[in-house]
Design a protein around this ligand. Structure first.
Ligand code: GRF
Length: 197
Protein backbone atom coordinates (compact mmCIF):
# COMPACT_ATOMS: atom_id res chain seq x y z
CA UNK A 1 0.00 0.00 0.00
CA UNK A 2 1.22 3.52 -0.78
CA UNK A 3 1.40 5.64 2.37
CA UNK A 4 0.21 9.24 2.29
CA UNK A 5 3.76 10.44 3.03
CA UNK A 6 4.96 8.78 -0.17
CA UNK A 7 2.70 10.78 -2.41
CA UNK A 8 4.54 11.78 -5.55
CA UNK A 9 4.49 15.47 -6.39
CA UNK A 10 3.27 16.33 -9.86
CA UNK A 11 3.92 19.45 -11.87
CA UNK A 12 1.43 20.05 -14.66
CA UNK A 13 2.61 22.28 -17.54
CA UNK A 14 -0.17 24.02 -19.46
CA UNK A 15 -0.79 26.50 -22.27
CA UNK A 16 -4.52 26.32 -22.91
CA UNK A 17 -7.96 25.94 -21.43
CA UNK A 18 -6.93 23.42 -18.78
CA UNK A 19 -9.72 20.84 -18.88
CA UNK A 20 -7.13 18.09 -18.41
CA UNK A 21 -5.31 20.04 -15.73
CA UNK A 22 -8.51 20.52 -13.74
CA UNK A 23 -9.46 16.88 -14.19
CA UNK A 24 -6.03 15.74 -12.98
CA UNK A 25 -6.13 18.05 -9.95
CA UNK A 26 -9.55 16.75 -8.93
CA UNK A 27 -8.66 13.11 -9.58
CA UNK A 28 -5.52 13.20 -7.45
CA UNK A 29 -7.40 14.68 -4.51
CA UNK A 30 -8.75 11.17 -4.16
CA UNK A 31 -5.50 9.34 -4.82
CA UNK A 32 -2.86 8.12 -2.39
CA UNK A 33 -0.22 7.98 -5.10
CA UNK A 34 0.21 11.62 -6.02
CA UNK A 35 -0.86 15.22 -5.76
CA UNK A 36 -0.58 18.22 -8.04
CA UNK A 37 2.02 20.42 -6.36
CA UNK A 38 2.44 23.02 -9.11
CA UNK A 39 0.81 24.17 -12.33
CA UNK A 40 3.16 26.11 -14.59
CA UNK A 41 2.59 28.03 -17.80
CA UNK A 42 4.59 30.18 -20.19
CA UNK A 43 1.42 31.60 -21.78
CA UNK A 44 0.08 34.96 -20.65
CA UNK A 45 -3.57 34.87 -19.66
CA UNK A 46 -3.56 31.08 -19.59
CA UNK A 47 -7.02 29.84 -18.54
CA UNK A 48 -5.57 26.67 -17.09
CA UNK A 49 -3.61 28.69 -14.52
CA UNK A 50 -6.78 30.47 -13.44
CA UNK A 51 -8.58 27.16 -13.03
CA UNK A 52 -5.75 25.74 -10.93
CA UNK A 53 -5.66 28.87 -8.78
CA UNK A 54 -9.38 28.58 -8.12
CA UNK A 55 -8.79 25.01 -7.01
CA UNK A 56 -6.16 26.21 -4.55
CA UNK A 57 -3.15 24.68 -6.32
CA UNK A 58 0.12 26.67 -6.48
CA UNK A 59 0.60 28.18 -9.94
CA UNK A 60 3.45 29.90 -11.69
CA UNK A 61 3.84 31.95 -14.83
CA UNK A 62 7.31 31.83 -16.33
CA UNK A 63 8.56 33.64 -19.42
CA UNK A 64 9.65 31.39 -22.29
CA UNK A 65 13.16 32.68 -21.83
CA UNK A 66 13.23 31.67 -18.16
CA UNK A 67 11.66 28.32 -19.04
CA UNK A 68 14.63 27.57 -21.27
CA UNK A 69 17.09 28.51 -18.54
CA UNK A 70 18.19 25.74 -16.19
CA UNK A 71 19.07 28.39 -13.62
CA UNK A 72 15.44 29.45 -13.41
CA UNK A 73 13.41 26.31 -14.03
CA UNK A 74 15.35 23.69 -12.07
CA UNK A 75 15.29 25.60 -8.76
CA UNK A 76 11.50 25.84 -9.12
CA UNK A 77 11.25 22.07 -9.59
CA UNK A 78 13.42 21.65 -6.49
CA UNK A 79 11.45 24.13 -4.42
CA UNK A 80 8.20 22.26 -5.08
CA UNK A 81 9.98 18.88 -4.75
CA UNK A 82 8.59 17.75 -8.10
CA UNK A 83 8.89 14.03 -8.91
CA UNK A 84 6.95 13.82 -12.16
CA UNK A 85 5.91 16.26 -14.89
CA UNK A 86 2.72 16.09 -16.94
CA UNK A 87 2.34 18.13 -20.12
CA UNK A 88 -1.39 18.75 -20.45
CA UNK A 89 -1.90 20.91 -23.50
CA UNK A 90 1.58 22.47 -23.23
CA UNK A 91 2.87 23.89 -26.49
CA UNK A 92 6.59 24.44 -25.78
CA UNK A 93 9.37 21.98 -26.41
CA UNK A 94 10.97 20.76 -23.20
CA UNK A 95 14.61 21.79 -22.76
CA UNK A 96 17.34 19.14 -22.58
CA UNK A 97 18.34 19.94 -19.01
CA UNK A 98 14.82 19.12 -17.82
CA UNK A 99 14.74 15.87 -19.80
CA UNK A 100 18.08 14.98 -18.20
CA UNK A 101 16.84 15.64 -14.68
CA UNK A 102 13.46 13.94 -15.17
CA UNK A 103 14.43 10.80 -17.05
CA UNK A 104 11.26 8.78 -17.76
CA UNK A 105 9.32 11.19 -15.60
CA UNK A 106 7.83 13.59 -18.17
CA UNK A 107 4.77 12.59 -20.18
CA UNK A 108 2.52 14.27 -22.73
CA UNK A 109 -1.02 13.70 -23.92
CA UNK A 110 -1.76 13.98 -27.63
CA UNK A 111 -5.29 14.00 -29.09
CA UNK A 112 -4.69 11.43 -31.85
CA UNK A 113 -3.26 7.98 -32.38
CA UNK A 114 0.45 8.72 -32.73
CA UNK A 115 2.58 8.36 -34.79
CA UNK A 116 -0.20 9.63 -37.05
CA UNK A 117 -1.18 13.29 -36.79
CA UNK A 118 1.69 14.41 -34.57
CA UNK A 119 4.60 16.83 -34.82
CA UNK A 120 5.03 20.57 -35.03
CA UNK A 121 1.78 22.44 -35.66
CA UNK A 122 -0.34 19.39 -34.85
CA UNK A 123 -2.23 20.57 -31.80
CA UNK A 124 -5.80 21.34 -30.83
CA UNK A 125 -8.26 21.58 -33.67
CA UNK A 126 -5.59 21.11 -36.34
CA UNK A 127 -5.35 17.48 -35.27
CA UNK A 128 -9.06 16.73 -35.53
CA UNK A 129 -9.33 18.54 -38.86
CA UNK A 130 -6.47 16.43 -40.22
CA UNK A 131 -8.12 13.23 -38.97
CA UNK A 132 -11.34 14.22 -40.76
CA UNK A 133 -9.52 15.22 -43.96
CA UNK A 134 -7.65 11.90 -44.03
CA UNK A 135 -10.94 9.97 -43.85
CA UNK A 136 -9.87 8.02 -40.76
CA UNK A 137 -12.37 5.55 -39.33
CA UNK A 138 -10.94 5.82 -35.81
CA UNK A 139 -9.00 8.25 -33.69
CA UNK A 140 -8.05 8.45 -30.05
CA UNK A 141 -5.59 9.71 -27.49
CA UNK A 142 -1.96 8.86 -26.89
CA UNK A 143 0.11 9.23 -23.74
CA UNK A 144 3.84 9.16 -24.45
CA UNK A 145 7.21 9.89 -22.91
CA UNK A 146 8.53 13.32 -23.77
CA UNK A 147 11.69 13.77 -25.81
CA UNK A 148 13.33 16.83 -27.35
CA UNK A 149 11.00 16.58 -30.39
CA UNK A 150 7.25 17.13 -30.64
CA UNK A 151 5.11 13.99 -30.09
CA UNK A 152 8.00 11.63 -30.83
CA UNK A 153 8.66 9.72 -27.58
CA UNK A 154 7.83 6.12 -26.83
CA UNK A 155 4.11 5.44 -26.53
CA UNK A 156 2.83 4.52 -23.08
CA UNK A 157 -0.90 4.10 -23.71
CA UNK A 158 -3.50 4.65 -26.41
CA UNK A 159 -7.30 4.66 -26.30
CA UNK A 160 -9.53 4.61 -29.37
CA UNK A 161 -12.92 5.90 -30.52
CA UNK A 162 -14.64 5.51 -33.89
CA UNK A 163 -14.88 8.31 -36.45
CA UNK A 164 -18.09 8.24 -38.48
CA UNK A 165 -18.36 9.56 -42.05
CA UNK A 166 -20.81 12.29 -41.01
CA UNK A 167 -18.60 13.54 -38.13
CA UNK A 168 -17.39 17.12 -38.16
CA UNK A 169 -13.99 17.93 -36.61
CA UNK A 170 -15.94 19.19 -33.58
CA UNK A 171 -17.70 15.82 -33.22
CA UNK A 172 -14.34 14.07 -33.39
CA UNK A 173 -12.84 16.47 -30.85
CA UNK A 174 -15.77 15.91 -28.47
CA UNK A 175 -15.54 12.12 -28.59
CA UNK A 176 -11.76 12.12 -28.23
CA UNK A 177 -11.91 14.57 -25.33
CA UNK A 178 -14.15 12.21 -23.37
CA UNK A 179 -11.35 9.65 -23.60
CA UNK A 180 -8.87 12.14 -22.15
CA UNK A 181 -11.14 12.87 -19.20
CA UNK A 182 -11.63 9.19 -18.46
CA UNK A 183 -8.16 7.80 -18.98
CA UNK A 184 -5.39 10.37 -18.60
CA UNK A 185 -5.41 10.63 -14.78
CA UNK A 186 -5.53 6.85 -14.44
CA UNK A 187 -2.54 6.42 -16.75
CA UNK A 188 -0.61 8.96 -14.66
CA UNK A 189 -1.56 7.18 -11.45
CA UNK A 190 -0.39 3.87 -12.88
CA UNK A 191 2.97 5.35 -13.83
CA UNK A 192 3.42 6.85 -10.37
CA UNK A 193 2.97 3.37 -8.94
CA UNK A 194 5.93 2.20 -11.02
CA UNK A 195 8.20 5.05 -9.96
CA UNK A 196 11.03 4.10 -7.65
CA UNK A 197 12.03 7.41 -6.12
C1 GRF B 1 -5.87 18.23 -25.25
O1 GRF B 1 -6.65 17.88 -26.33
C2 GRF B 1 -4.60 17.44 -25.24
O2 GRF B 1 -4.73 16.19 -25.84
C3 GRF B 1 -3.69 18.29 -26.05
O3 GRF B 1 -4.05 19.60 -25.77
C4 GRF B 1 -5.40 19.66 -25.34
C5 GRF B 1 -5.40 20.37 -24.04
O4 GRF B 1 -6.69 20.75 -23.64
N1 GRF B 1 -2.31 17.98 -25.80
P1 GRF B 1 -6.93 21.35 -22.19
O5 GRF B 1 -6.07 22.59 -22.05
O6 GRF B 1 -6.55 20.29 -21.21
O7 GRF B 1 -8.39 21.68 -22.14
Amino acid sequence: MVMAGNKKKLAVFVSGTGTNCENIIRYFRGSERGEVALVLSTTTGCLALEKAQRLGVPTMFMSREDFRSGNRLLPVMDRFKIDFIVLAGFLQLVPDFLLGRFDHAIINIHPALLPKFGGKGMYGHHVHEAVKAAGETETGMTVHWVTKDYDAGEIIAQFRVPVYPEDTPDDIAYREHLLEMEHFPKVIEGLLGDLHL
